[in-house]
Design a protein around this ligand. Structure first.
Ligand code: AMP
Ligand code: GLY
Length: 419
């Protein structure tokens, strides 16, 4: 098989690593990819949003399967284009990807099909939204309806902050079209975890749970980021709750999308909070999570290419998981998620007993230099999480006290939702 992976981040590198372990995969292409992928894949300089370019490339290069990493191309309808061109692709159509593209749509779907989530109301009018916030009190959560690169959610500790957020989003158009409408929802108390599944129509094949660390600094302080580290499985989630999340959230949502004429193919990702009343949804994504993928894929015992071929053919892929733990710590550019310097030379780090997944690197001679906010993830698999974390942190020493980088020292702790 020849496989095309669309994207350039850690998630895509992790998928490429997994595909490279498959005996049936001949060539892997990454569009546009990053420098770390060059060991396993051929990079092609086509942007993720260049649908014409990607379709033409897939046709010309006998691509048998295309995987779309990021959400933007999915919401732009790249899968529809590939399907129209008769190309095999694993990802949701534009209609199905709306579960990620519109928070209001996702909430309506959950309400209609009785899928556990926070209570909410949607608004386009600022004074109505503020009236609702005053009625409900704080803490309360304000979310832009559309895609806002992970920045469109404010967990407000006070009514004042919530109301200011409403003004920013609805009146000042903070996120443009994406915040023309907002969702105001109940604050859920509990620990967070993520659950992804391979999905085709009504068929749902769940993965192991994972936990992402979204805040920039230790102790879950600082701004939200694309993710500063992750671990899998989220072993604190009881099996009963896992089963409940699979049946009452993932399977129900997949069936709901079929019933709505938006049958979903691809990876359905549920961001969940483990409340006293069981798991509830805080968000859906229509793709692999980043950085969850980087810690979930190393635990998958199956051949990833075969899994996707089976799922697309309506066959049970018989997912099997190593009974081990995987931890991953992200090394980020100093200043991220704010302004940061690019082209910083990476120090040599020890790769013994760990794996490295690149997210924002380019080549400079025989060295790597930075090209993004999140630079790389160093991960390890071990019988217990503590051992995996110890290996990772040992190998990251060369990044200590380096002016160009920082990483969190407390990956592996439980993340509590908090205002
Ligand atoms: P999202 O972008 O929807 O994943 O939200 C970003 C972060 O906001 C999540 O990781 C949670 O920590 C927090 N969050 C979102 N919705 C809620 C909620 N209803 N209750 C508590 N925390 C939330
Ligand atoms: N880790 C959260 C996301 O991929 O959106």
């Amino acid at each position: 098989m020849n496989i095309l992976v669309i994207g350039r981040g850690g998630r895509e590198h992790s998928l490429i690593q997994k595909f490279s372990e498959s005996s049936q995969v001949e060539r892997i292409y990454a569009a546009p990819g990053n420098a770390g992928m060059e060991k396993q894949a051929i990079r092609v300089p086509i942007q993720e949003t260049d649908q014409d370019g990607l379709v033409a490339f897939a046709k010309e290069n006998q691509i048998n399967l295309t995987i779309v990493g990021p959400e933007n191309p999915l919401l732009d309808g790249i899968v529809d284009r590939f399907l129209e061109a008769g190309l095999q692709v694993f990802g949701p159509t534009k209609a199905a990807a709306l579960i990620e593209g519109s928070k209001h749509f996702a909430k309506q779907l959950m309400k209609k099909y009785d899928i556990p989530t926070a209570d909410y109301q949607a608004f386009t009018d600022a004074s109505q939204a503020k009236e609702y916030i005053h009625e409900q009190g704080a803490p309360i959560v304000v979310k832009a309806d559309g895609l806002a690169a992970g920045k469109g959610v404010v967990v407000a500790e006070t009514v004042e902050v919530a109301c200011e957020t409403v003004d920013d989003m609805l009146l000042d158009g903070q996120f443009g079209e994406a915040s023309r409408e907002i969702v105001v929802e109940e604050f859920l108390q509990g620990t967070e975890f993520s659950l992804m599944a391979f999905v085709k129509g009504e068929h749902v094949y769940p993965m192991v749970t994972a936990q992402d660390h979204k805040r920039a600094y230790d102790g879950d302080q600082g701004p939200n980021t694309g993710g500063m580290g992750a671990f899998a499985p989220a072993a604190h989630i009881p099996w009963d709750d896992y089963d409940y999340a699979v049946e009452s959230i993932l399977e129900k949502t997949a069936s709901a999308l079929v019933a709505e004429g938006r049958s979903f193919t691809g990876i359905l990702y549920a961001g969940l909070i483990q409340t006293d009343a069981g798991p509830k949804v805080i968000e859906f994504n229509a793709r692999f999570g980043d950085p969850e993928t980087q810690v979930v894929m190393p635990l998958l015992a199956n051949d990833l290419a075969q899994v996707i071929v089976d799922v697309l053919a309506d066959k049970d892929p018989n997912l099997t998981w190593f009974e081990q733990a995987c931890a991953g710590v992200v090394v980020a550019s100093a200043g991220y998620p704010g302004k940061y310097q690019k082209d910083v030379c990476l120090p040599q780090w020890a790769e013994h007993g760990v794996f490295s997944i690149h997210a924002g690197t380019e080549n400079d001679g025989d060295k790597y230099i930075t090209s993004g906010g999140r630079v790389l993830l160093v991960g390890a698999v071990a019988p217990v999480l503590e051992t995996a974390l110890a290996s990772v942190y040992r190998s990251l020493k060369p990044f200590d006290d380096h002016y160009g980088f920082f990483y969190r020292k407390d990956i592996g702790r439980l993340v509590q939702a908090k205002p």
